[in-house]
Design a binder for this molecule. Structure first.
Ligand SMILES: *[C@@H]1O[C@H](CO)[C@@H](O)[C@H](O)[C@H]1NC(C)=O
Ligand SMILES: *[C@@H]1O[C@H](CO)[C@@H](O)[C@H](O)[C@H]1NC(C)=O
Ligand SMILES: *[C@@H]1O[C@H](CO)[C@@H](O)[C@H](O)[C@H]1NC(C)=O
Ligand SMILES: *[C@@H]1O[C@H](CO)[C@@H](O)[C@H](O)[C@H]1NC(C)=O
Ligand SMILES: *[C@@H]1O[C@H](CO)[C@@H](O)[C@H](O)[C@H]1NC(C)=O
Ligand SMILES: *[C@@H]1O[C@H](CO)[C@@H](O)[C@H](O)[C@H]1NC(C)=O
Ligand SMILES: *[C@@H]1O[C@H](CO)[C@@H](O)[C@H](O)[C@H]1NC(C)=O
Length: 922
């Protein structure tokens, strides 16, 4: 019995030891993985979707078949031979903010690392060179290569003045050549600068290589073109240059996607690309390639996307056009873009014989001759057809009306003759129809009235006759443009014109229209541009015009209009261009409102000629701005307070001079991050809620007149506002400095990524090379952020605050490129007493952004902020300052924008240009 017991005990003890041993050994193997993952987690500063909440060692540690972390979100351990080792770390699109831990290199069995679409910054850890099995790495859509470790509270350096220095240098990625097992290597959408390292050529099994959408420059190393396994090569949206090896198609026999869109590549398109039998996507748009397009490019028949527009390619002899013939082999071709080149002559084939899968055809801005194929209707998947600015002749084939889903037809600036075919009215999907500047005659078919989705109808500069069909004036979707100008249209303007109550721009000038201007015009309340110039209109100017308060341009000149000059025009605040000359108007010219701002008033002896051009500064497209603002406003969810904000000190909890002095190392120049007429801004560190937090300290220059007032108004304004898109005030300091002089400072949240001004206007020569070019989506987001901030100030607090100094320099961007409005030094609080509201003070603001009415002594108003916001929008999207010196007699940013798109509209432009967003789907 006793013996038996001993034996049992012995067995039990053995078992226990075995278990302990197993646990111990498995822990020694996994220790590195566990601590690497915990280290990764510790450097994540924000995890909004709480994906890392499962990353917790305390739970279920007893499961012995696999270590706890194998069940964490985003982790898998699929190596049979090394159970319990991390093989996949996939936290794509998780909203993570932070840096990537160096310790990831300890995950030596890692095969897949996918951290794409987060807000990670800093460097790619060099230790990943110790992950020999890594075969897929996707770090796209982050902010990598900007060293931002400096804004971590824990390892916060004494001085933040080196933040910018870190921006300048892109990380040297040559060590990545050691990751020889990589097959997928995706670094899209980061901020990498510098060259593509030569060592990447060592990654011999690479199949998917994408560095699209960074700021890389220089030549692509030849070694890359030796990696015969490459299938996808995405180099688009960088600043890469040089030409490609002529034997590229032979060295990369498997290539299916070759993308260099929007770089600075030059040289010829290597003819050997025709040998790459798997080539499906060829995106070379927007470079400087010259020479001819390889003749046999489509010979293997696999091309789906052929986008070569905006290069210096040419075709002069008929043999140069043979590429088109080879494209007839490609039965899956969806996009054909050879726009804006020097393609001269007739196409050797009928484009209707190309693939039936075609979605978009862009042949604009060449010198292509020939006629528009009768059987184009066979392309029944076509949505965009752009043949504008060519030499097409012949008539418009009536069967074009059989294209079932086409939504844009651009055929302006050709030599198309004959009538507008009536079946065009069958294309119920049509949104854009431009046939301007052709030789079309006959009347406008009433069937066009059936195009109920049309936004833009441009039939100008043809030889159209007859009356304006009332049907086309009842298209409810007509919003962007109705232009029938420069034709031979006659009869009176139908009263149905009043149905166009969403239309922004109407041009009926240079026709033979007679009769009176219909009173119904007063319903077109969205109009900002109305032109009846050079017709035979008579009678009085209708009173109902008084409703068109959005008008910026009104031209009724060169008609037979009689009666008095309408006084109500004096109250049109947006009107900048008014021409009533060469009519039979009589009576006094009012000397109020817009009429007294007139810089040119000409009155002839026989008739009263009033020619008024109120060039009221850069107020352009105000309507556009207002509409954009209202549009954004209505779409915004209110997004007001975050109550848990540690920054929200009560302002009565003030800070002393000594504390600020300590925080900024005695206001040392190394800590100075900005200055202006108000004073200086320093960076410093303060302990807030037991964390060392970087703050911006704005020290007011009290010698400056108005500085105290500015301080008070800023305090007053900031005390009440709490919004994510406004820079937060932490506390204030008002006292005496060490010399006993008065000292005032504001302590603000530190927004780390510089001002919008720096991002928009960085030049490559200055230290600001670190500011990469903002993409369209980022610009749009910034515009929306500022609109949100303004809407909060204007509509969500009582009394409202007018900022008075909206400009790029006062918009700061954070890590996530979220915009924060700052500088309330000029802000006005809109109390109800008009005495305070009216500005007896000199209005400051910034030239170029101040609304012109402020100069004329009018009151500070929210509209003034909206004006500045409008200028800001133009600046955001054009990259030009309102104060720039424009060439060719252009005096304002407005005219500059107008000149760039004389006959083109924003939507059209967007359609014609492949964007990063559209490219994703190609
Ligand atoms: C532990 O594991 C069990 C069984 O897998 C599960 O039901 C439980 O929710 C886990 N506990 C924690 C804290 O994750
Ligand atoms: C232990 O982990 C493995 C692998 O993740 C899992 O299949 C198993 O169900 C877990 N066992 C318990 C008791 O949680
Ligand atoms: C993990 O990596 C870090 C840095 O690369 C290194 O210092 C450390 O010794 C490694 N091992 C463990 C167990 O953390
Ligand atoms: C890359 O490989 C070379 C040669 O094998 C080695 O000397 C170097 O240390 C490696 N670099 C990294 C970052 O692992
Ligand atoms: C490349 O792939 C081949 C075939 O799969 C494999 O044998 C070779 O080891 C790989 N090379 C590297 C460096 O991973
Ligand atoms: C417009 O469409 C309606 C219904 O589809 C049709 O009856 C009518 O004939 C069309 N009008 C013209 C002018 O084509
Ligand atoms: C212009 O506006 C002023 C003030 O709002 C108003 O009194 C006046 O009647 C208006 N004039 C016309 C002609 O509408």
């Amino acid at each position: 019995m006793a013996i038996k017991r001993t034996w049992q005990l012995w067995l039990l003890s053995l078992l226990t030891h075995a278990i302990l041993l197993f646990t111990a050994s498995s822990q020694s193997i996994n220790g590195d993985d566990l601590s690497a993952l915990l280290s990764f987690k510790s450097l994540i500063r924000n995890d909004p979707r709480e994906v890392l909440s499962s990353w917790d060692t305390s739970s279920n540690t007893t499961n012995m078949t696999a270590p706890v972390f194998c069940r964490w979100t985003g982790i898998s351990c699929n190596d049979r031979r090394h159970p319990g080792r991390v093989t996949t770390l996939n936290l794509s699109d998780a909203g993570l903010v932070g840096t990537i831990s160096q310790q990831l290199g300890n995950l030596t069995h890692l095969r897949v690392l996918d951290l794409s679409t987060n807000s990670l910054d800093g460097d790619i850890p060099i230790s990943l060179g110790g992950c020999p099995k890594l075969h897929a790495m996707n770090l796209s859509m982050n902010h990598l290569s900007v060293s931002a470790t400096t804004i971590l509270p824990v390892i916060f350096p004494k001085s933040l003045s080196n933040v910018k220095r870190n921006f300048i240098h892109g990380q040297d990625l040559s060590w990545m050549g050691n990751l020889t097992s990589l097959r997928d290597f995706i670094l899209e959408g980061n901020i990498f600068t510098g060259n593509i390292p030569e060592t990447f050529g060592k990654i011999v099994n690479l199949t998917y290589f994408s560095v699209q959408n960074n700021q890389l420059e220089g030549h692509v190393p030849l070694s890359i073109f030796n990696i015969s396994s490459i299938r996808i090569l995405d180099l688009g949206f960088n600043r890469l240059s040089g030409s490609h090896p002529l034997d590229i198609g032979i060295k990369l026999p498997r290539i299916s996607r070759f993308n260099t869109i929007n770089n600075r590549f030059e040289g010829i398109i290597p003819p050997t690309l025709s040998n790459a039998s798997a080539l499906e996507v060829l995106l070379l748009h927007g470079n400087n390639y010259h020479g001819i397009i390889p003749r046999e490019i489509g010979i293997h028949g696999n091309l789906k996307v052929f986008v070569l527009g905006y290069n210096a390619l040419q075709a002069t002899r008929s043999s140069d056009w043979e590429f088109m013939t080879s494209l007839t082999n490609c039965s899956s071709l969806t996009r054909l873009d050879v726009a804006h080149k020097n393609l001269v002559g007739e196409m050797p084939i009928n484009i209707a014989n190309l693939s039936k899968e075609l979605i978009g055809i862009y042949l604009s801005e060449n010198q292509i001759t020939g006629t528009i194929p009768e059987d184009l209707w066979k392309l029944n998947k076509l949505t965009s057809l752009n043949l504008s600015c060519n030499l097409f002749t012949g008539t418009l084939p009536p069967d074009i009306g059989r294209l079932p889903i086409i939504n844009s037809i651009f055929m302006s600036h050709n030599r198309i003759t004959g009538q507008i075919p009536q079946p065009l009215g069958n294309i119920s999907q049509l949104i854009f129809l431009s046939l301007s500047n052709n030789l079309l005659d006959g009347s406008i078919p009433i069937s066009l009235g059936n195009l109920t989705k049309l936004n833009l109808l441009d039939l100008s500069s043809n030889a159209l006759m007859g009356q304006i069909p009332q049907e086309i004036l009842t298209i409810p979707s007509l919003t962007l443009l109705l232009s029938l100008s420069n034709n031979a249209l006659s009869g009176s303007i139908p009263t149905q014109i009043g149905h166009l109550n969403n239309l922004i721009k109407m041009d009926l000038s240079m026709n033979k229209l007679s009769g009176e201007i219909p009173k119904a015009i007063g319903s077109c309340v969205q109009l900002s541009f109305l032109n009846f110039y050079r017709n035979l209109l008579q009678g009085q100017i209708p009173e109902s015009l008084n409703n068109l308060r959005s008008l910026e341009t009104l031209d009724l000149s060169n008609n037979n209009l009689a009666g008095p000059v309408p006084l109500f025009l004096a109250n049109f605040t947006l009107l900048t261009n008014l021409n009533l000359s060469f009519n039979k108007l009589s009576g006094p010219v009012p000397n109020i409102g817009i009429f007294c701002n007139a810089t040119i008033v000409s009155i002839s002896v026989h008739r009263l000629h009033v020619l008024i051009f109120c060039i009221a500064g850069t107020l352009i497209f105000s309507l556009f701005c207002m509409t954009a603002y209202c549009f954004i406003k209505t779409r915004m969810k209110p997004n007001i307070v975050d109550n848990e904000n540690p920054f929200l000190y009560e302002t009565n909890e003030r800070i002393s001079y000594a504390e600020l002095q300590a925080a900024t190392e005695s206001f040392s120049p190394a800590n100075l991050i900005g200055s202006g007429s108000f004073g200086n801004v320093y960076i410093g560190n303060l302990i807030i809620d037991q964390n060392l937090v970087p703050v911006a300290i704005k020290v007011l220059n009290l010698d400056q007149r108005g500085a105290s007032r500015s301080f008070l108004s800023e305090c007053d304004a900031l005390r009440r506002i709490r919004h994510r898109k406004l820079v937060k005030v932490i506390t204030v300091c008002s006292g005496l400095d060490q010399n006993g002089d008065e000292f005032k400072a504001l302590v603000l949240e530190f927004i780390c990524n510089g001002s919008l001004d720096e991002w928009l206007h960085a030049t490559s020569t200055t230290t600001s090379t670190s500011y990469r070019k903002l993409n369209m989506v980022e610009r749009l987001h910034i515009a929306v952020d500022v609109a949100e901030a303004l809407e909060y100030l204007h509509h969500h607090i009582v009394p409202p605050i007018v900022h008075c100094d909206i400009k790029p320099g006062n918009i700061l961007l954070d890590d996530d490129m979220v915009a924060h409005v700052t500088d309330f030094g000029l802000a006005k609080i809109m109390h109800s007493e008009p005495r305070i509201q009216s500005s007896s003070l000199v209005i400051k603001g910034t030239i170029g952004y101040v609304p012109p009415e402020y100069g004329a002594g009018s009151q500070v108003s929210m509209d003034g902020d909206i004006y500045s916001y409008g200028v800001l929008l133009l600046e955001i999207f054009t990259g030009r300052r309102p104060t720039d010196n424009f060439i060719n007699g252009i005096t304002s940013l407005v005219d500059y924008v107008k000149m760039a798109y004389p006959n083109i509209y924003w939507k059209y432009w967007m359609l014609a240009q492949p964007t990063r967003e559209t490219l994703k789907n190609w």
